[in-house]
Design a protein around this ligand. Structure first.
Ligand SMILES: Cc1cc2nc3c(=O)[nH]c(=O)nc-3n(C[C@H](O)[C@H](O)[C@H](O)COP(=O)(O)O)c2cc1C
Length: 280
């Protein structure tokens, strides 16, 4: 808990420093404003209003835009057989509960490489340019990938950073209780805490805002989405399940990961493991 408090106060002092040094950019203000805080009344009232309103709830899974009077081109039944990728896309469903079977390290390795690994080297300039599994605006790759391994056969429980260039996991923290602390920093501690490992995607915004300004902030979010989708499809390919998680308390996760929440901030999480009833 000591480390957690120290990191929290580091985050707070970093926030005040940056705000004093120069006026914040629009994207910085937005990002800060969109962070989820424990007990955020406004957010809880909004969510409560949604669940308390049957007609709003009836929208779940039923929101389609339709041009009712437009001429239509029928698409059903005209395509060739389903490909392997199409089958993966069709069968992907978020995991809701996990089996307690450990995931083998080679599966984690394949998932990470398929999510955000190096897939090619560019030779158009005198300097090597590394290209990765997910597209990136200007090939600036603002997203960093971390993995908290809870139940992985062949690797110690702990917090790791994925170094895409070397294709290695760098162990950052092996303190006991990491799983409970990370799961506790989400709004779904039961689900996240029982997964086999947790992918956390962070953004180093400056890599892209330096070139694209506010639009670079948008690119960073989009790119985290590309990588998360790769994680989901790789999980499906490997017989695993995945659950994307947007419900986490940003500053608490940032403190646990050891990032300041300003230069580098957490964007997204994906919990992974064998789905309940599989992998035994
Ligand atoms: C941006 C985003 C954030 C999400 N956050 C959460 C979350 O915090 N908790 C959760 O249980 N599911 C979360 N989900 C999963 C959705 O609930 C799920 O994708 C949706 O119900 C559709 O079901 P499917 O993924 O099985 O197709 C999130 C999905 C997305 C795309």
């Amino acid at each position: 808990m000591g480390n957690f408090n120290r990191a929290q106060s580091h985050v707070r002092s970093a926030v005040s420093t940056i705000l004093k040094e120069r006026p914040p950019e629009v994207w910085e203000l937005y990002h800060e404003h969109s962070k989820l805080r424990r007990g955020d009344r406004e957010f809880l009232i909004r969510i409560g209003g949604f669940f308390g309103n049957p007609s709003l709830q009836a929208l779940t899974g039923r929101v389609f835009k339709v041009y009712a009077t437009a001429p239509k081109v029928r698409l059903d039944g005209i395509a060739d057989d389903e490909s392997h990728l199409e089958r993966l896309i069709r069968s992907r469903r978020s995991a809701q509960a996990w089996s307690q079977t450990a995931v083998p390290l080679p599966a984690v390795a394949r998932l990470l490489k398929g999510a955000s690994g190096i897939t090619g080297v560019g030779t158009s300039t005198s300097i090597s340019q590394f290209f990765r599994a997910a597209p990136s605006g200007g090939a600036l790759y603002p997203i960093e990938t971390y993995a908290a391994l809870f139940r992985v056969d062949g690797a110690m429980e702990g917090l790791y950073h994925y170094d895409a260039r070397e294709n290695v996991l760098e162990q950052l923290d092996r303190e006991s209780g990491l799983r409970a602390r990370l799961a506790g920093a989400t709004a779904y501690p039961g689900v996240v805490g029982r997964s086999a490992f947790l992918i956390m995607l962070t953004a180093i915004f400056e890599r892209t805002t330096l070139k694209y300004g506010d639009r670079g902030y948008r690119f960073a979010l989009l790119e985290a989405g590309h990588i998360a989708q790769n994680v989901c499809l790789m999980a499906e390919e490997l017989g695993l399940g995945a659950l994307c998680v947007g419900g986490f308390y940003d500053r608490e996760v940032e403190a646990l990961v050891g990032i300041d929440g300003i230069d580098e901030s957490v964007i997204y999480m994906v919990a992974v493991g064998y789905k309940a009833g599989t992998g035994e």
